[in-house]
Write a protein of this length. Structure first.
Lengths: 223, 223
């Protein structure tokens, strides 16, 4: 009945490897989710009714189906249609697709918050629609939606623990191995709980700093 | 004889899994709501040490993966406290505590949303702290909190799918079993996903109705 954390010392390197894998998955998935989210946000704010409908169906579906079910769908389903990829890639894809549904909302809010005067000014200056979008609308939208995108990232870090279910040994997976080797699951999982909480806390601090740095010229409007 | 085809009995299995998922969801949501609200009330009474401890625990539960919490309860508790924990018990404990942490945050926000002057006015009229809580705060706070609570519950319904990892035979586990037997991942996971989706939509539908009813008196009726 005593908590003895020293027995975890030999495994720190091993756990760090797992943490690194978690970080890799999350960063790749964040890039994927942002790209996908931006595309879906464009579709949702576009004039075409069909595009809007497709985008909202996508968001609705991936938000209301548990992540683990989506993950199994990809993990067992993709080989069925002849795509053989490893657990890592599957995890990144599943996290990107699920995260994209949340990221699109953040980016869409950013797009809708843009002053129409800015877009009109760009159009009057003779910029093409594509240029207006990629050079003016998206940079502003991404910049103002740093915070909501950050909470998508934090959610992603927590969700990535589910990837153990498809045999990917990220932070939770390695901890599981350590727990079964040391026979001290309580200590291992308590430490893991605190590590995840600390990790998400640090990330949220980082996001706040980034948000302030990127939006320093409009500090009074988006504080 | 090999059972690689779908049989009519699979429908019974799926229904069983859905039943377990919904029963656990309802049970843990109720317990979570009760505990979370109690925490909120403790904070309202400004109990010295207890408030800080609870805020810390709530933050820890909110910022760590549910899967790790599940492992802690299911693998850690038996090893550390020398008790027996069945998968269902572990699921109930974890999901209830997790829901409670989120409810606590919503409850605190809801209580704080009520203007100080209302509470001061009620106190001046000679109402006790309990009467203020019961007649002034509880009624308005419920109307305020119902929206976030519905969103939380829809989310928690999806979180229940994680308990399949520790061996509770819920809808996801049934999906896993059917998937391994029939080797038809697309059909199996589509059906499982659709069931979760329908459950979530049903929950959201009733939630919105309840919300409209609770907010009826503050709704804008027009001139």
């Amino acid at each position: 009945m005593r908590i003895d954390l020293t027995l975890l010392a030999p495994y720190i390197g091993f756990l760090a490897e797992g943490a690194l894998l978690t970080a890799e998955v999350c960063v790749l998935a964040l890039v994927g989710a942002t790209l996908l989210g931006a595309l879906v946000a464009i579709a949702r704010t576009s004039g075409s009714r069909i595009l809007r409908a497709i985008a909202s169906v996508y968001i609705d579906l991936f938000r209301n189906i548990p992540f683990i079910v989506q993950l199994f769908f990809f993990y067992y389903g993709l080989p069925e249609i002849g795509i053989y990829i490893d657990a890592f890639t599957t995890g990144v894809i599943a996290l990107s697709v699920a995260g994209g549904a949340y990221a699109s909302d953040a980016i869409r809010a950013g797009i809708l918050a843009i002053d129409t005067g800015i877009i009109e000014a760009a159009e009057v200056s003779g910029l093409k629609r594509n240029t207006v979008f990629t050079r003016i609308v998206l940079p502003i939208a991404l910049r103002t939606s740093i915070r909501p995108l950050g909470s998508v990232l934090i959610n992603m870090i927590l969700t990535s623990s589910i990837l153990t279910a498809i045999t990917l040994n990220e932070l939770t997976g390695t901890a599981r191995i350590v727990a079964s080797e040391t026979f001290r699951p309580f200590e291992v999982y308590v430490v893991l709980l605190v590590v995840y909480a600390a990790l998400t806390y640090l990330v949220s601090i980082g996001i706040n700093l980034l948000h302030r740095r990127l939006n320093r010229d409009l500090a009074s409007e988006v504080s | 004889m090999r059972y690689t085809q779908f049989t009519p009995y699979d429908i019974v299995l799926l229904a069983q899994g859905l039943g377990v998922t919904i029963a656990l969801f309802l049970g843990t949501s109720l317990i979570g709501l009760l505990i979370g609200t109690l925490w909120g009330v403790v904070r309202f009474y400004r109990v010295p040490v207890l408030t800080e401890v609870m805020t810390f625990i709530a933050e820890l539960l909110k910022n760590s993966p549910v899967l790790v919490q599940l492992f802690l309860v299911f693998f850690g508790f038996p090893a550390f406290f020398r008790i027996n924990v069945t998968p269902t018990e572990a699921a109930v404990i974890t999901l209830s505590a997790n829901t409670a942490a989120f409810v606590y945050v919503i409850a605190v926000a809801a209580i704080q949303s009520i203007g100080r002057e209302q509470i001061e006015a009620a106190r001046v009229f000679g109402l006790t702290r309990w009467q203020v809580l019961r007649h002034v705060i509880a009624t308005q706070a419920t109307a305020f909190a119902i929206g976030p609570l519905i969103a939380l519950l829809v989310n928690q319904l999806q979180v229940t799918s994680l308990i399949s990892v520790i061996g509770v035979v819920d809808l996801t586990k049934i999906g896993n079993i059917l998937n391994l037997r029939t080797l038809q991942p697309f059909i199996v996971w589509t059906v499982v996903g659709a069931l979760y989706y329908l459950a979530a939509k049903l929950l959201a539908f009733f939630g919105t109705r309840l919300e409209n009813r609770l907010r009826a008196h503050t709704a804008w009726r027009g001139l």
